[in-house]
Design a protein around this ligand. Structure first.
Ligand code: ZN
Length: 60
């Protein structure tokens, strides 16, 4: 059983104090970190393919 925690953290300083900003050209939601002031993509497309998910399931 995989428990998915959807807590977004800053990629630079790992702060959780983020402001959801705008949607960029690619359609990804962007954040603005209040701690370090960085901008980034909130949910980048993780390369979790079906094959990788199979491997995760097999690992159990
Ligand atoms: Zn930050």
């Amino acid at each position: 059983m995989i428990i998915e925690k959807k807590v977004h953290t800053c990629r630079k300083c790992h702060s959780k104090v983020l402001t959801k900003n705008n949607i960029n050209v690619c359609g990804n939601l962007q954040y603005h970190c209040k701690t370090c002031g960085a901008y980034g993509v909130l949910e980048p497309r993780e390369p979790y393919t079906e094959k990788e998910q199979e491997l995760i399931i097999k690992a159990y």
